[in-house]
Design a protein. Structure first.
Length: 159
């Protein structure tokens, strides 16, 4: 979860400008989806977003959610994370730029890790014919819970 305050008004304004630029309508559904994403302040999937909207007594079709997420990605407001073949999450780009992700290859758990040293190093990285907007790193390995279980199971099998 991010500790940076989310400026919902600024994000809504940027999205409205993007929609106007593309000649698309600013609908109530799109606005509600953006506001809900800003309230979540963490990784989310389509199902979580739809559940939160339903809890707010606001019904939106799954297709509308997917379409709006696509627009938000094109507007560079959110980013899509694919931590595994099955695990797809989204996050506000402004939040994603401030942390990295560790992903357990056994249980699929995803945790955010902030490392200022890595962020400083990445700011100084120059890539030929490329302008970096932000950086997010994925580190794959085994979480401590799975490592303990694997070690425990291995000991049990030896007996």
């Amino acid at each position: 979860m991010t500790s940076n305050p989310i400026d919902t008004e600024k994000i809504n304004k940027a999205f409205a400008e993007y929609l106007a630029l593309k000649g698309l309508r600013k609908t109530t559904e799109r606005t509600k989806i953006v506001e809900c994403i800003c309230r979540l302040q963490s990784h989310f999937d389509v199902e979580t977003l739809q559940t939160k909207l339903e809890e707010d007594n606001f019904h939106v079709s799954t297709a509308s959610i997917y379409n709006t997420l696509e627009l938000l990605m094109n507007a560079c407001i959110i980013v899509r994370h694919q931590f595994s073949t099955q695990l797809i999450k989204y996050e506000l780009k402004s939040a994603a730029a401030h942390h990295h992700h560790v992903v357990c290859t056994h249980c699929g758990a995803v945790r955010e890790v902030k490392n200022d040293k890595v962020m400083r190093v990445m700011k100084d990285v120059k890539i030929t014919k490329f302008t970096m907007e932000y950086c997010s790193m994925y580190i794959y390995g085994i979480c401590s819970k799975c490592k303990f279980r694997l070690k425990h199971n291995h000991k049990t099998k030896e007996k």
